[in-house]
Write a protein that binds this ligand. Sequence first.
Ligand SMILES: *Cc1c(COP(=O)(O)O)cnc(C)c1O
Length: 341
Amino acid sequence: MTQGEVIIVDMKDLLSAQKRIHGVAINTPFIPSPFMSQFSNQEVLMKMETMQPIGAFKLRGALSAVAALPDGTTGVTCCSTGNHGRGVAYAAKSRGLRAVVCMSELVPQAKIDGIKALGAEVRIIGTSQDDAMQESHRLCAAEGLANISPFDDAHVIAGQGTIGLEMLRKRPDLSTILVPLSGGGLAAGVATAAKTINPNITVIGISMDRGAAMYHSLRAGHPVEVAEHASLADSLGGGIGQNNQLSFAMCRDLLDDTILVTEDEIRHAMQVLFFEDRIVAEGASAVGHAAMLSGKLDHVKGPIGTIITGRNLDMPTFAQIMAGNDVHLGDLFVKGTPYVT
Ligand SMILES: *Cc1c(COP(=O)(O)O)cnc(C)c1O
């Protein structure tokens, strides 16, 4: 994993993460979307990470990192937009460790409840991921807990990368992989798997246009801070850290492109996932669909694999979106539109 001073994540790390998470994280189905395949004239397949025991792929990275902690570790802490915290809580519980999850006020109640149900302590701090990150760093020092970054950690990245291994094992003929992009741990891991197996695969990161930290950082050439806003894709919120060690450089070196989608495009994609694919998925999971449906990916080659990353949403909000009603979330207003098949 180390080369001189530089830490890199490579195929060997992905394969050992695959062993560490085996038997707990599920090798999820990778299934066709007949509707999206017909719409885009390309075969489109969905990697169903909604079916993990915590309802999101973040279990992979969390298990990989918690399993790698030294004996004698008493507890773990992390900052999270919700799903990483749930993964860490699950992994910590399975090792009998205390877990303290720090989150901002932007995190939906359903995610907080899910984490508490796993026996973890929850601290709601401030209005941004950065505030939550500072609290988890403080806890590390003050209470001797091990910090597990949601995306900027070699074991976490290797764990998320096992998704890419599974996708290509099932479909070695994939031409394009669409990855929901926030801190970039998922994209870095999946792109490592894909590009090692087949350097010709195109890997595209997709974020929402309200506070896309990695998208703007890649264009600036260094990590930049962005304002944090409420979004239907709440799992994609938060910065990438001014002191980013791994995920920024890996996304810079491995991603072929990054694109943005609007809240209205995410709303429509969530409806398509539900009414056409019959899948309940978070806004963050729908960004691949959103990009295809809005014509932003008409140039890419199939077969296309898109990662349906999680299903941990507030059901009342979901019900409003499906009913075609307006949604108000903090400073976000999304106009309702009934879905017409
Ligand atoms: C964390 C998360 C992402 C983005 O993963 P990163 O590694 O932060 O880029 C996408 N979708 C869901 C549901 C998530 O929880």
